[in-house]
Design a protein around this ligand. Sequence first.
Ligand code: ATR
Length: 274
Amino acid sequence: MKRAFVIGHPIAHSRSPLIHGHWIDTYRVDGSYEAIDVAPAALPDFFERLKGGEFVGGNVTIPHKEQVVALVDELDPLAEEIGAVNTLVLRDAAGVRGFNTDYMGFLGNLDQNAPGWDQGLDEVVVLGAGGASRAILVALKSRAVGKIHLLNRTVGKAEDLAIELGGPIACGGLDEFAARAGGARLIVNTSSVGMKHTRFEGLDLSVVPADAVVTDIVYVPLVTPLLADARQRGLRTVDGLGMLLHQAVPGFEAWFGVKPEVTPELRALVEATL
Ligand code: ATR
């Protein structure tokens, strides 16, 4: 039987076992997927277990996504650019290869739920410049976006990220939203604002073009205040749960050899736990 895992610390709240368990049942795969609590100091020992052949691979979550970059034998170029790994695959001779599937989750979610979102994508506004922002900026750059306005509470952090990643990224503060969002086809929140129903104070969505899409990576609550405001304005919205579901697809395919589908049934299953 092929065994896969998610490691984190703590790990009890991870939805990944539910997602992969559903696919293991659906596709009748001879496999398992388990949540394992691994403290940061125990990470090298866990890697030895992985290299020893106990598992085919697994997911990595908080707080290990950056630390494992140094532990893998091979790093996917996009994971290197993002600077974080969330998916590990054991390759017999080559050892453990690290990927980052968050950017694929972001793109897969928009492709499924806002078809055509990237047609003639001139301008995008990205809110937040933390760890989650990196994967999304790399994803957007892969879809030929004309200009990214990266707005963050701390402008210096946005500037550091823009210099590091390169590309058409213009930085500013959150208070510049109204001045920057007038031509945006996509607004993305990558920050933690929205959790516990928090909201961006003073963010004026009335300047956003009527055909723009607004998406949030926060999925608890599923409808964040930002998405609720956008819906009220009649804008198309895509919630963050789809990103969680879609980021799981490439890992499952690599470990078990079946490309799984993100279905309404799976979504309902996970949504019931939020
Ligand atoms: P993650 O890795 O999940 O992205 P992070 O690196 O701590 O987490 O980044 C959190 C992001 O949310 C940052 O962009 C942060 O802004 P700062 O860089 O100014 O800290 C943003 N953020 C968190 N709380 C915020 C708030 N109350 N208002 C605006 N932005 C906030």
